[in-house]
Design a protein around this ligand. Structure first.
Ligand code: ADE
Length: 269
């Protein structure tokens, strides 16, 4: 995966993405981060990249010309590596904006299939609409709140996408059993010591009985989703629970959830 990030703050992005798992993946050649400074492409003598919006209003807008030229240069580099048959396909260009579709795990998986991704990070009050019309394939937000620029959202998306690129996570760090796989939250986890601050690790996890451990984890996963993300639980497709055994585990989780809710309500009273 090759990321091309068009930004006014390239260091922010390169520094943020050079550590930990992504840094390791870059060293292994599984991904590359090319931060392109939009200011390097301005035709303005004073290196200006922004101007007032027509019609008035607060703040400044990023101008079309430097954004377009930075994007075009990135596209040309990508095209030069692509086989002939892919050259008609538009290069996937993500504009990070609170006006986009809200990013999720499914989108992370989809984007991870691309060989190259361009991220366009806005600043000030936004970007001249005309250059967006000519370059952007995907408008994506990371949630319903407004940040000062697109760099942090781009980094959030890049992190989530990179985990889905084969080889980026080491064995045992697999993205498959974690929160949001199957639209459920992950079960609680415990490590040594067996007792800490008077709190004991659930007995079943010490039992060595793999079947019981798996059932306990499934139940906890259900219960945690019901308690913390009722919106996800509502969408969870119960018809995918097929076998008699799995149905029993689900019924137990529902019963335990009801009981735990009941005792929590009693404590509050
Ligand atoms: N730019 C500013 N706020 C943003 C958000 N919530 N998501 C994506 N890009 C943004």
């Amino acid at each position: 995966m090759n990321y091309h990030i068009l930004t006014l703050f390239p260091e922010m992005v390169t520094q943020g993405l050079s550590e930990s798992i992504l840094g390791r993946a870059a060293k292994k050649g599984l991904l590359s981060v090319n931060a392109v400074n939009i200011r390097d492409y301005t035709a303005d003598r004073h290196k200006k990249v922004d101007d007032y919006p027509y019609g008035g209003g607060a703040g400044m807008l990023m101008q079309a010309q430097p954004v377009y030229d930075a994007w075009k240069t990135a596209c040309e580099e990508i095209r030069s590596r692509q086989p002939e048959e892919l050259r008609d396909k538009p290069v996937r260009t993500v504009y990070v904006t609170p006006q986009g579709a809200v990013f999720n795990q499914q989108m992370a998986k989809e984007f991870a299939k691309e060989e190259d991704l361009i991220f366009l990070c806005g600043h000030y009050e936004g970007i001249d609409e005309r250059v967006l019309e000519e370059t952007v394939t995907d408008y994506v937000s990371i949630g319903d709140y407004v940040l000062t620029g697109g760099e942090l959202p781009a980094m959030v998306m890049i992190d989530a996408i990179s985990r889905m690129v084969p080889g980026v996570l080491a064995n045992g760090e697999s993205g498959e059993t974690e929160s949001f796989e199957g639209d459920l939250l992950e079960y609680p986890q415990y490590s040594r010591p067996e007792e800490w601050h008077g709190r004991k690790v659930p007995e079943v996890l010490l039992s060595g009985h793999h079947g019981n451990v798996a059932d306990w984890r499934t139940r906890e996963s259900y219960k945690r989703t019901m308690a913390r993300r009722p919106d996800l639980w509502e969408k969870f497709d119960l018809t995918q629970v097929h076998s008699r055994h799995d149905k029993k585990v689900l019924a137990q989780a529902l019963e335990e959830f009801r009981q735990e809710q009941g005792s929590a309500a009693e404590t509050e009273e």
